[in-house]
Design a protein around this ligand. Sequence first.
Ligand SMILES: NC(=O)c1ccc[n+]([C@@H]2O[C@H](COP(=O)([O-])OP(=O)(O)OC[C@H]3O[C@@H](n4cnc5c(N)ncnc54)[C@H](OP(=O)(O)O)[C@@H]3O)[C@@H](O)[C@H]2O)c1
Length: 349
Amino acid sequence: MLRIAIVGATGAVGRECLALLDGGIVPVEKVVPVGSARSRGRDLRAELGLSLPVAEVVTLDELDPDGLDVAIFSAGAEISAREAERLAAAGVLVVDNSSAFRMRPDVPLVVPQVNPGLLDTRPGTNIVANPNCSTIQLVRVLSPLHRLAGLEDVVVATYQAASGGGVHGLRELTRQSETILEDPKAQGAPGGRFGQPLAFNLVPEIGLQDDTGLTHEERKLVREPRKILGLPGLRLRATAVRVPVFDCHSEAVHVRLREPVTPAALEKALAATDGLRVYPRSQSPSYPMPRTVFATAEDRALVHVGRIRVEPEDDRAAALWVVADNLWVGAVLNALQIVELATGNGWLG
Ligand SMILES: NC(=O)c1ccc[n+]([C@@H]2O[C@H](COP(=O)([O-])OP(=O)(O)OC[C@H]3O[C@@H](n4cnc5c(N)ncnc54)[C@H](OP(=O)(O)O)[C@@H]3O)[C@@H](O)[C@H]2O)c1
């Protein structure tokens, strides 16, 4: 039985984490929810109708590492960078959802379906990093393709939902949509969670651009898969776009492989992979969509792959359409599966 702190428990990721813990995904003795001073004293057990033993929300200053086994950080990179090492040094296993530690060589960056071996033993830092949400669904699909035919080159365009911008992002999209439905000429102003008005719009900039014009989100999509797949030389190019969809990120993925493939071989390899749902060409529709993926708990827990095809003039070039729930697959489930793996390997709890 684990004693777990959820840092950022009142946020989009934190709430889903509480809901999944309530469903019994890992055995829990107690949960300590942590938020900012604004949320201090909130009773999330009552607010969210949970049956778990959840204390009132405390601040990070009040969080006592004694009596904790795990802390799941989902409160942004600044807070992780400032606070996670204090808890890790006190013996708490930190699973961090932010970008603060992902590229540090002494911190394993883990997707349990792809590189579970990194958790055979407890990391010396006591920190395990959860990859970026759009990276997780990408590598869950790239990994079986690499095993099948060897990856040479990857081009990905993402279509990322508003829930990736947290509870404020979801509220912003709702408010803007209502305003435009009332007044179709309303333009809105730059700023807010997405930099630009998102409702009925597309925003091809997630995070700040660097000197080369690559955004922060695109940098994560290029760097993180190389570390997770153990392919430091893999060529990856990304364009990340925020779309006016509430939940679930979608990705158009184009790969060039070392060996020739057929659509049937791709479908077979993907269908044989744990946690993937394949939409074959023989099925209608032959593709997943965010609204349908978000509709059931079973589908929210899977990575969905369709539009699987091989270029007629190049049998080493393939394309796919990938959809997954960024809050579950892209954050909470990955984090809790890391905790499960650590427990199963006997070094936690
Ligand atoms: N949303 C996604 O799809 C997704 C996916 C993967 C990873 N992530 C990562 O997960 C983290 C959280 O994302 P989110 O979408 O859940 O954001 P969010 O909805 O904005 O939630 C942020 C959380 O952080 C808490 N927080 C803010 N300042 C704090 C402080 N000083 N001390 C303690 N807690 C504080 C907030 O508490 P208050 O309510 O008290 O302000 C809230 O619980 C980010 O690092 C994000 O990059 C998000």
